[in-house]
Design a protein around this ligand. Sequence first.
Ligand code: URA
Length: 190
Amino acid sequence: MKKLEEKIRNCRKCPLWQLRTNPVPGAGSYDAKVMLVGEAPGYWEDQQGLPFVGKAGKVLDELLASIGLSRGEVYITNIVKCRPPNNRDPTEEEIKACSPYLDAQIDIIKPKVIVTLGRFSTSYILKKFGFTVEGISKIHGKVFEARTLFGKVYIIPMYHPAVALYRPQLREELKEDFKKLRELLNSIKI
Ligand code: URA
């Protein structure tokens, strides 16, 4: 993983490298059973080279703590590793250029559970594992079960924590979805 993270730090596969302060490969345990996949770094992540260290990260920390998980026990990354200008949505080309890194991270970590945060990572991960993609409002909190070369993986799509900053209703839904994650982890003895 260290080699892969180094490769990401030197990546120039899409134009975002020209604008970044730091790429954000990901952080957490390489033995994690749970992997969380967000969208792309924002201002603070770009400054620090770490995922989810801004306001959305604070929400994520609270959600993890609410089900007894710490950052050290999970691996957190994004589908796009460099900050898009003004935090705009990542483009299809950027996702195409960057997603092989996410694929490689999944192959190395071999998570039992992948939590997708927001529509971009949800859509990418569900397609990757052969599911039809529906709107996040329809499928958040549902557990998808997929087979991989390294065994079974459960996927739970969720809203992006940033939405909780301005929509209290969605914050409640995120909390409920994290409870479902806890139930799943209990049921598979993690
Ligand atoms: N939003 C994301 O999707 N990822 C981060 O790392 C920070 C904010």
